[in-house]
Design a protein around this ligand. Structure first.
Ligand SMILES: [Zn+2]
Length: 231
């Protein structure tokens, strides 16, 4: 099966400059996840056509970059800031073909910058940082993975505080678990314990038993590490 069949063109209208362009997406019937990490990073049978590479759309005309989670509204002044900070420095570049990992990483960085300037919801920004961290993990770029995981956990924590995850697919217990697991991965075990215990406290009330089980596993891993004296 060639990439031509696996990928298709999606038409996007840029919310910043109204230009219409196409970007690739992976046909869902070709997406087969083999396993996933404790923070939901999925490994695919066909990593060359991973949907992670196509999560972000980049406007070739102005550089404004989004995920499907971005809202269409711009808070006051943000559109102006995007035009002066991104578009004014942009030279035409098309990310709408089959992407290399390097191009996908550039697209994620553009989307995180766009989301920040647009004052997009913290949960949306977190989703961009998190997926970029997963790509960097697969590239075995540990230092950059940690950098973006740290940005992700800060944005997820912000989302938990201001509750902007409500009305998205993210449940509160999943968010708490994810924050806990990311802190664990970052070696911030005290913070990890705070959030993982919030998940475990809900074990009798929640319907999402899997989150409780995963929180207990993460907790166990922290214990094991402490026993071995590994920091
Ligand atoms: Zn544009």
């Amino acid at each position: 099966m060639s990439s031509m069949d696996i990928l298709f063109d999606k038409t996007v209208t840029c919310a910043a400059c109204t230009n219409t362009y196409t970007t690739k997406k992976v046909r869902s019937r070709f997406v087969r996840a083999l396993r996933s990490d404790s923070d939901f990073c999925s490994y695919y049978a066909d990593e060359e056509n991973s949907p992670l590479l196509y999560y972000v759309s980049v406007c070739p005309e102005c550089g404004f970059s989004t995920s499907d989670e971005f809202s269409s509204k711009f808070p006051p002044q943000t559109l102006h800031t995007i035009k002066t900070s991104i578009s004014a420095n942009w030279t035409y570049k098309d990310y709408g073909n089959k992407r290399t990992v390097k191009e996908a990483i550039e697209a994620y960085k553009l989307a995180s910058y766009s989301a920040t300037l647009k004052k997009e919801k913290a949960i949306v920004l977190a989703g961009v940082y998190m997926r970029l961290a997963w790509i960097l993990r697969k590239e075995k770029d540990h230092e950059q993975e940690m950098r973006f995981m740290n940005l992700a956990v800060n944005a997820y924590t912000q989302s938990y505080i201001n509750e902007d995850f409500q009305s998205t697919d993210m449940s509160e217990i999943k968010l708490l678990y994810l924050i806990g697991d990311l802190y664990r991965r970052l070696g911030e075990e005290k913070q990890a314990a705070v959030y993982l215990s919030k998940v475990i406290q809900q074990q009798t009330s929640t319907l999402e038993k899997r989150m409780v089980e995963m929180a207990k596993e993460a907790w166990q891993e922290i214990r094991e590490r402490q026993k071995q004296g590994i920091k």
